[in-house]
Design a protein around this ligand. Sequence first.
Ligand code: PLP
Length: 710
Amino acid sequence: MIDRRTKLSASIPTGPKASLAIPSQFDRLYDLAYNLWWSWDPLGRELWGRIDPQVWATTRNPIPLLQYVEPSTWEALTFSGSYTELYVEAVERFDHYLDNDETWFDTHHRVALDGPVAYLCAEFGINEKLPFYSGGLGVLAGDHVKSASDLGIPMVAVGLLYRRGFFRQAVDPDGWQQHTYQRLELRRRPMLEVLDPHSGHPLRVSLRLNGREVAVGAWRVNVGRVPLILLDTDLPENDPADRPITHILYVRGREARFAQEAVLGIGGARVLRALGIDPAVWHVNEGHAALSLFERLSWEIGAGADVDAARRAVADRTLFTLHTPVPAGNETFDQSLASAALIDTISGVDADLQRELARSGSDDARFDMGALAIRLSDRTNGVSLRHADVVTKDWGELIGGPAFAVTNGIHPQTWLGHGMRRLLNENVGLDWPDRIHDPEIWEQIREIDDGRVWRAHAGQRELMTRRLRIRLREEYARHGQGSQRLRWLDDQLPADRLTIAFARRFTSYKRAGMIFTDPGRLEAILKNRDRPAQLIFAGKAHPADREGQALIKHVFELSQSAAFEGHLFFVEDYNLRLARTLVTGADVWLNTPIPPREASGTSGMKAAANGALNLSVLDGWWAEGFDGTNGWGFGEHSESDQADAEVLYHLLESDVVPTYYDRDAGGLPRAWIEKMKSSMITGLSQFTTHRMLMDYTEKAYIPLGGRSIS
Ligand SMILES: *Cc1c(COP(=O)(O)O)cnc(C)c1O
């Protein structure tokens, strides 16, 4: 195992790290800065904060932090016994993490894979300083890679380097979403240029797009043990028209989008080959990476296989995961656009064959990434039980049977707040991160003292309140609000008030506006004198989605109206960090999608792990997660917004709010805390990416790429 892992890592040589003046005594900080392991390990995080709390608070990124450190600071740290101790312990943990040969994969499988799993995805949400994600799919992919690393599953991940990332959102005083794209400073990110193993020069592969050669370079990000390779066309040798191909995540123009997906799929496969990496399994995560299948088909045909044999050989090692709920959400292109882009790109796979493999159901004029991936994959899965049924219904014929389900999850070390993590350390055991996959350990949560659970959560909520006030103050000040109004904010979001959060992409099926269907009734709930509540909203709408933007404006305007003022807030620029703030601090996590369109949803899992109670339409993961004790479910067979909202109001009035405010003599809401415990147990035992990766390994990776060693 170890052997193969080191080999994988060594097969991706990289250029130099940024030059940082670190005293030799602390020189392993270099390695730590260039591996995102620190971001989900509490010791790792502490290591940076202790160097210079102020610089850390503003950068939250080890590389600029290390660039800014004054010599006098280093000197002080050198003499600080406690920092040295922390450093030594963190380095030991880090080394043990990388070298551990008793991971779940090592100990549970007497089966080895022939090579690593190649995991291809258009977005990766690993850390907010790497803005290569837009929403749930990317965050899931980031958590996927982290858990694969924790479990010792050999994996190499491939994505795109978006130098302009995804947009940052600001809301103007009228509530309109503003978009800004920042230029990523690569030298200040934990990214290393991938070198050609033979020449030692920066690695280049090339692909013909729209009749022109486009060079593709690669960068490496270390995510624990898993190398993430990010592809880049912004290279001096490329035509200025081709350099921006990889700039912007989910670029809007169809031709540009197709070029992106060609770089991801075809470029990704070529980069792995140029590095001598021969994956045992190819995991195509959503249709954006489907063009990798054409490239692999071409390899088989080039090696002498006829088309049928080549198709079988490709499919035999391929898993395709669909995340889209309905075919309409699936990525398709004009067939003519695709043929023009791919002319002479893939040798041995001519235009007719391309058309045949990618045609959309009955529509020959569409080039369908999902259909292509299904045709060339041995296995296709959906991301929750309910979603797998939907996939089977829509695609079963093409799949040739039912889709299987691997329900999504979250990486708990990433998403647990400090208070809850400490609670687990003290009550479940310090080694819980190594035993996440053991469902039995989580039952111990039931035994934890109610007061401690309540206080752990209260601490997290307090931190949320502080952070939200700062963000809201900045937003309101930019809007030109007066000092009285800014001071008013200091008293908002009081700690003893039931806090309901709704945060996710503003896309119409997620129905961010549903809870406002009857504003009068909602106002009465929120402003109840004895049992008040507050709503926090956050989320971005895609730049092309005017409807989503109008919805943001609507929520923002309501938040400024006399009816809801002080009880409803819209917080700008939803990202990984804000998501962490909200899922760790909210009491209730609200989700109101139109079923069955929420393929899985994952933010509710993050909230559940932190003891928040989900109040959600029974769709996606919640349709299997809700057990009657761990939150509230409704709207399984949605009739209309009106009818669903009725049920939601009724639940709030008759159950959610009263249970929250039903306190014992010591001020504890006993029944609520009981539900919190159930919620945590559900989240941590069933909806982690550890469980998800174990499922993928056993249901797909080993069956597709396994080889017994006897
Ligand atoms: C978890 C997460 C999501 C996914 O949220 P859903 O409610 O599942 O759509 C989206 N964006 C960010 C930043 C997240 O952390």
